[in-house]
Design a protein around this ligand. Structure first.
Ligand code: ATP
Length: 247
């Protein structure tokens, strides 16, 4: 069996005639957290959509373990343990928190799933009857992350989970992501808080105008001038907390 949770081989594609992703190859080893960084419009979200099956590449191949899933439907990919937490949460805003959790729960384990979710994020336990869309952005993101966890995925794609959230909420969500990683879940993380992601990722790919322009260990990036260069050239918001924080 392959020791890779995900492998992209020369993936190219985009939207109709518009090519956004160009010849991208990358790997997510089983149990690893891999970061995908890059400036706005680089194609990070587009690439995650190709992995989850929302978009089909024009050329190249995508593998989950030994299986070629390039043309597999979304439900087939999720049945194989792939979970995508999209930019903008991916929850059902008009349903209650409890209903959202039940929909993600394995059949017959609804009560246990609600307990698991609310012990991970107590804020959700106090809001089980509230519509998900009426919660704060941070609470919605907690719900999105914990819903993916209830499906026991072995590979999670996370698109800018911390977007627009207060640092204290980002801390809580990152602590949960670190726990998932410690339990062996593989992850491909698109994230704006570069230093936070470098603290949990083992390897980093930099995407620029649809192509991978850098592939190195997180440690190498932390130590190199490229990290400061990345921050100073608009690759991440100027107020990245870790700029003065956890480097
Ligand atoms: N539905 C679409 N149809 C056509 N072009 C699109 C569509 N969605 C995105 N694009 C284009 O694809 C390119 C890459 O966008 P994408 O959202 O993947 O970048 P990103 O790296 O995730 O950016 P950001 O960090 O700002 O979210 C952009 O030029 C964008 O305009």
């Amino acid at each position: 069996m392959s020791d890779l949770a995900l492998r992209l081989e020369s993936v190219t594609g985009g939207y109709g005639d518009t090519t956004v992703i160009r010849d991208v190859s990358l790997e997510v080893p089983r149990g690893a957290v891999i970061a995908l960084l890059g400036p706005n419009g680089a194609g990070k979200t587009t690439l995650l959509k190709m992995v989850s099956g929302v978009l089909t590449p024009a050329s190249g191949r995508i593998f989950r373990g030994d299986e070629d899933i390039t043309a597999a439907r979304i439900h087939r990919r999720s049945a194989r343990g792939l979970c995508h937490i999209p930019d903008g949460h991916g929850i059902f805003p008009s349903l209650t928190v409890k209903e959202n959790l039940v929909l993600s729960s394995p059949k017959g384990q609804e009560r246990a799933s609600i307990e698991k979710a609310t012990s991970a994020f107590p804020a959700l336990g106090q809001r089980l009857g509230q519509t998900a869309g009426s919660m704060s952005g941070g609470q919605q993101q907690m719900l999105a992350v914990v819903r993916s966890y209830l499906k026991s995925p072995d590979l999670i794609l996370i698109d800018e989970v911390s977007m627009g959230l207060a640092p204290v909420v980002v801390d809580e969500i990152f602590a949960f992501i670190s726990d998932l990683s410690a339990q062996g879940t593989s992850m491909l993380l698109v994230e704006q808080y570069v230093a936070r992601v470098l603290a949990i990722a083992s390897h980093v790919y930099m995407l620029n105008q649809g192509s991978i322009t850098l592939s190195c260990s997180a440690e190498e990036l932390r130590r190199s001038d490229l990290f400061d260069h990345y921050l100073s050239t608009g690759g991440a918001p100027a107020d990245v907390p870790a700029r003065t924080g956890d480097r």
